[in-house]
Design a protein around this ligand. Structure first.
Ligand code: FES
Ligand code: FES
Length: 154
């Protein structure tokens, strides 16, 4: 079947089997490998993307469900070739090590700040509870999110 949607602002039509997940369609049909395949079962958050502005685990969404939707991966967050301010903070404050969790982490954190669910360290940690990181110990990620929330560049 053909699924029509917008991907980081550009119209996209992907021919995929109906049972494919959004994650598989993004990676294997649209070539968008910035959505990461971690657990594949909705647990790790590495595959998070925005669908119509809401963060979802793309491994838990079927491709046909995004027909007509606006899908945004982490690569779509920056503008004019610049990183999104949270990405800049993540790099500057050591919130990125191997980087595998980073795309999903950034998607979840941007949403948390946008909806007002990152007002304290505890809230940030709670908002990012569905995004697993094996490298950083989370502290530097939390610091980067707080700095982005407060608009205090490193
Ligand atoms: S790969 Fe989707 S939640 Fe882990
Ligand atoms: S930086 Fe390696 S998993 Fe988070």
């Amino acid at each position: 079947m053909i699924v029509g949607f917008t991907l980081n602002g550009s119209p996209q039509r992907c021919e995929v089997p109906a049972h494919w997940t959004l994650l598989r369609m993004l990676r294997d049909a649209a070539g968008r490998t910035d959505a990461k395949h971690g657990c594949g079962e909705g647990v790790c958050g590495a595959c998070a993307v925005f669908v119509d502005g809401v963060a979802v685990n793309s491994c838990s969404v079927l491709a046909p469900q995004v027909e007509g939707a606006a899908v945004e991966t982490v690569a779509g967050l920056g503008a004019d070739g610049e990183l999104h301010p949270l990405q800049t903070e993540m790099v500057a404050r050591g919130g990125v090590q191997c980087g595998f969790c980073t795309p999903g982490m950034v998607i979840s954190a941007v949403e948390a700040v946008r909806i007002g669910a990152a007002g304290s360290e505890e809230e940030i940690r709670h908002s990012l509870a569905g995004n697993l990181c094996r490298c950083t110990g989370y502290g530097k990620i939390v610091g980067a999110v707080a700095a982005y929330r407060d608009g205090e560049p490193e």
